[in-house]
Design a protein around this ligand. Structure first.
Ligand SMILES: Cc1cc2nc3c(=O)[nH]c(=O)nc-3n(C[C@H](O)[C@H](O)[C@H](O)COP(=O)(O)OP(=O)(O)OC[C@H]3O[C@@H](n4cnc5c(N)ncnc54)[C@H](O)[C@@H]3O)c2cc1C
Length: 473
């Protein structure tokens, strides 16, 4: 029988259950990737992520050709037109079975449902798998049978249910007999409009695996101490590879556990903490699946729906260009514009500044991040923004507002990170660099602060307090 593997956010050979099953069950296998420019835009996906996608598809095609599997890109208008285009490809190529790994976004789930209906009409067998998570979203439940909305009990249940068999991912692929269909990746058009240095993000599975093993052998041990400092760069930087599925979370967990005697909660603190972060990713996928309102531009905490956000075009433009006059915030934004990636500590600092001091709607910040990140991931990005805005799960209490200057002195004490991204401030001392005074600024091309930290903090607390009062009334 002829089978199709529909690649989506799983652009790899390693630990790819859909590919593995297709190889085991079909005589001939074709790989497809379906692309919609409109959908990419509608999801605010970035130009830099698109470049990374194309580079990874080219390398995936090379790896698949060694298994005699061609890779074909199919262009479709939108998710609405996709099921029909998929079905006609499958029918015209006389495909008997299709394999894919599940995606959990609201639009993706609807697309898959429609695709199933259409394929079933054509008597095509559908085989679906999970590769992004250990447990299918919604599977783990609280004692009351409800979905988890707090991370710590979720993680506890995640570990309690874990079986080492889940990590049975080392296997050899069979090679198929050659098929008379040629690979074709010509359908995705790309015009570069970003200015990210792509040397930071070598494409392909081997690069991703090398990054993983370098992290585990060099940085993992000290991860719990160094992860918060942007200047130490102590994190793995594997998120762009996760975002397109170049690397699987199971592979990361397995390789991490191997170095820690298969322990989740004791032994090497760095590895335990790092695996925790991968569980955070799974937690936000659960939230996205179990609380569909978060995919519809709505807050997780429904009582924050009517919060009165401010809107200032001038402040927004200053923020988007990294010119707020708060060096740590601006360095974070400028890192994202230059690297397509921002350190986690800074994502929190920047998002908190935006939603609390500027008191701007988290949805604008969420969109801005998606449009610029190479690792843009709806579930984690939405979760992170809603956490910072105190509208989400496990959210920061609204009155606990990060002070960007304190964050700066704590996590970049000498201002090395700031100076890397704001060279205008190179001449300042490690004391001055966190908030240059007005007289110093006159000699630099760096803006003065767009707001007053103290009064903007009080303003935010007041607005949140009023919102809570109207809920309780
Ligand atoms: C406002 C905001 C927006 C964010 N947007 C995204 C996004 O679009 N895409 C994205 O992948 N992550 C996002 N994150 C989470 C986190 O910042 C990144 O995953 C992390 O910085 C990636 O760097 P790393 O691979 O070096 O992480 P490591 O520290 O090496 O962690 C390993 C992996 O664990 C996961 N992880 C780590 N921290 C988190 C977290 N807080 N939430 C969920 N998963 C986590 C990631 O998959 C990461 O690659 C966001 C966080 C905030 C506060």
């Amino acid at each position: 029988m002829k089978g199709v593997v529909w690649f989506r956010t799983d652009l790899r050979i390693d630990d790819n259950p859909a590919l593995r099953n297709a190889l085991d069950n079909c005589e001939e296998v074709i790989g497809i990737y379906i692309f919609s420019q409109l959908q990419w835009k509608a999801h605010n996906e970035s130009n830099v992520k698109l470049e990374f996608l194309i580079k990874n598809l080219i390398l995936l095609e090379k790896s698949l050709s060694k298994l005699n599997i061609p890779l074909i890109t199919i262009k479709t208008e939108s998710f609405d037109s996709l099921p029909k285009d998929l079905s006609s490809f499958v029918v015209s190529n006389k495909v008997g079975q299709i394999f894919w790994n599940n995606e959990f976004g609201a639009n993706e789930s609807k697309r898959d449902l429609l695709s199933c209906t259409m394929l079933e009409k054509e008597n095509v067998k559908i085989s679906r798998f999970d590769d992004q998570v250990i447990y299918e979203p919604g599977y783990l439940k609280t004692g009351q049978g409800k979905p988890f909305s707090v991370f710590t009990p979720f993680k506890r249940r995640w570990i309690e249910n874990f079986e080492m068999d889940f990590l049975d991912i080392n296997y050899k692929h069979s090679i198929k007999k050659p098929i008379n269909i040629k690979s074709d990746l010509s359908k995705i058009e790309f015009v570069r409009i970003h200015s990210v240095n792509m040397d930071l993000w070598p494409a392909g599975e081997s690069a991703a695996q090398e990054r993983l093993s370098n992290f585990l052998s060099i940085k993992a041990e000290s991860y719990s101490e160094s992860r918060n400092s942007p200047v130490l760069d102590g994190t793995s930087r594997i998120s762009p590879y996760f975002a397109l599925g170049i690397l699987s979370p199971r592979r990361c967990i397995l390789e991490g556990l191997k170095l820690n005697n298969y322990e989740f909660t004791s032994g090497n603190k760095g590895i335990c903490k790092w695996i925790d972060e991968i569980v955070w990713r799974e937690f936000y996928r659960n939230i996205m699946h179990c609380f569909p309102r978060v995919s519809k531009n709505r807050p997780f905490q429904t009582h924050t729906e009517n919060l009165e956000w401010r809107y200032s075009e001038k402040e927004l433009q200053a923020f988007y260009s990294g010119n707020t006059g708060f060096p740590i915030v601006d360095a974070g934004i400028r890192q994202m514009l230059a690297e397509g990636w921002m350190h986690n500590r800074l994502r929190m600092v920047v998002a908190m500044f935006f939603t609390k001091n500027m008191l701007h709607d988290w949805r604008l910040g969420e969109k801005f991040f998606m449009e610029n990140l190479i690792d843009g991931d709806f579930a984690s990005n939405n979760g992170g923004w809603q956490w910072s805005a105190s509208t989400g799960t496990d959210a920061a209490p609204y009155f606990r507002i990060f002070n960007p200057i304190t964050q700066s002195t704590n996590f970049d004490p000498e201002g090395k990170f700031i100076k890397q991204f704001i060279p205008e401030l190179n001449m300042l001392s490690s004391k001055e660099v966190h908030l240059p005074t007005t007289d110093l600024l006159t000699s630099f091309s760096y803006p003065s602060p767009i707001l007053d930290l103290k009064s903007s903090r009080l303003r935010a607390i007041e607005v949140f307090k009023e919102n809570n009062a109207s809920r309780d009334a």
